[in-house]
Write a protein that binds this ligand. Structure first.
Ligand SMILES: N[C@@H](CCC(=O)N[C@@H](CS)C(=O)NCC(=O)O)C(=O)O
Length: 203
């Protein structure tokens, strides 16, 4: 069985909703990172960066990095239909946007939320945040463009990349400023499994 280390309001939402949509049994272990549980030695042995989520595969393989978890799950459970087949042009687009969000947007979000971690000079933190603010805005504009014609990143089919997008969009509610984001949001939350999982993580 899979084992997912998760907490509310974290990136664990993305692998969790994919596991649920795939109908795959999974044990869930809560790691309260706000209480410092992600710094416990037993958790650091699994996830040396001390981050949530961590996914342990049925054979014991440990995965960190939420995007890597999605890439594994969509291929291990193709019947869920949450990614185009490997090697197809649509799969290349899927990989592109998933990695774009994981590297550029998630990365800029961390610099924006925790600028003090990215400078040795406390007085430099506001500058780090200002540059991160710009990077975040630019990333969202590119994602809104990628949702044309939409309604989702690859058209009509909801993929794991869209669900990753939903997780990030929950932290940045740009639905009014960028209507394609609102359309994608409504489309995903119309799925009852997505809505139920979202409510457990973010309500
Ligand atoms: N690259 C990692 C980032 C994970 C991450 O930053 N998780 C946050 C919660 S959403 C965390 O554990 N933060 C704890 C900390 O930074 O102290 C991934 O995509 O899984």
């Amino acid at each position: 069985m899979y084992r997912l280390y998760w907490n509310k309001d974290t990136g664990a939402f993305a692998p969790d909703v994919v596991l649920r949509l795939a109908g795959v049994p999974c044990e869930r272990i809560r790691i309260d990172h706000l209480q410092g549980e992600h710094r416990r030695p037993d958790y650091l042995r699994l996830n040396p960066m001390g981050e949530v989520p961590t996914l342990v595969l049925p054979d014991g393989t440990v995965l960190t990095e939420s995007a890597a978890m999605l890439l594994h799950l969509v291929d291990a459970h193709p019947q869920a239909g949450l990614a185009p087949p490997p090697g197809s042009a649509d799969r290349a687009r899927f990989d592109r946007w998933l990695l774009f969000m994981a590297v550029n947007l998630y990365g800029a979000a961390l610099r924006q939320f925790h600028p003090e971690r990215y400078t040795t000079d406390p007085a430099g933190a506001p500058g780090v945040k200002e540059v991160a603010d710009r990077a975040v805005d630019r990333c969202w504009a590119l994602i809104a463009d990628a949702l044309d014609p939409g309604p989702l990143l690859l058209g009509d089919q909801m993929t794991a990349a869209d669900l990753y997008l939903l997780m990030l969009l929950t932290w940045y509610d740009f639905r009014e400023e960028m209507p394609p984001l609102g359309t994608a949001w409504d489309r995903m939350l119309a799925n009852p499994v997505v809505a139920e999982t979202w409510a457990q993580y973010f309500d």
